[in-house]
Design a protein around this ligand. Structure first.
Ligand code: IMP
Ligand code: MG
Length: 179
């Protein structure tokens, strides 16, 4: 064991995989009920944090689906953050008329997601649903409806299972609190 991180486990590998299984079942059932058999889903994820969750979640969704990615970056000047984000990698495929399922690692203030949503809505998908592994509702600034949530979380900063601190710890199997 070479990779050692001392923070407490908040969600274990087992707890995460159990919850991802439930989410995949619920998503499958909902789409079938709402759209009938043959429904197709375009799963879109925001790099980089969402990629581990996405990889596990899609294997628990029993529907025809495609995946696509976008990446965004905040604005900074003189070491300060400024409002707004810019797309640094856009989707490869059109989402026009599609059933879009947006998969996120964690929704904190919601500012990033509300920007992405506005942008995606302008491309006229048939519908947009949101699935977030973690929801930190206590910090929400931009009101959002999240269709599927893995776990509610408090204020502590989390790493692992795709979540990073300064780009590290994404490969931890559990989700841990940064001490
Ligand atoms: P928001 O715009 O405040 O909702 O920012 C959400 C983004 O911030 C997430 O997609 C993550 O990339 C990052 N983030 C927020 N909280 C955490 C955390 O606890 N650990 C790792 N990344 C986080
Ligand atoms: Mg993210």
């Amino acid at each position: 064991m070479n990779l050692v991180f001392k923070g407490d486990i908040v969600f274990s590998e087992k707890a995460i995989s159990d919850r991802v299984l439930e989410l995949g079942k619920k998503i499958t059932d909902d789409y079938l009920r709402e759209n009938g058999p043959g429904v197709e889903v375009s799963v879109v994820s925001v790099l980089k944090g969402g990629f581990v969750f996405l990889a596990d979640l899609i294997r628990q969704i029993d529907l025809d689906l495609t995946i696509d990615f976008m990446a965004i970056s905040g604005y900074q000047k003189d070491g300060r953050d400024y409002p707004g984000v810019r797309i640094i990698k856009d989707l490869s495929e059109s989402v026009y008329g599609k059933n879009l399922l947006l998969v996120e690692d964690i929704i904190d203030t919601g500012l990033t997601l509300s920007y992405i949503l506005r942008n995606l809505e302008s491309r006229q998908p048939r519908e947009i649903k949101i699935c977030a592994l973690l929801d930190r509702a206590v910090r929400r600034i931009a009101p959002l409806h999240i269709d599927y949530v893995g776990f509610e979380v408090g204020e502590e900063f989390l790493v692992g299972y795709g979540l990073d601190h300064l780009q590290k710890w994404r490969n931890l199997r559990d989700i841990r609190a940064l001490s």
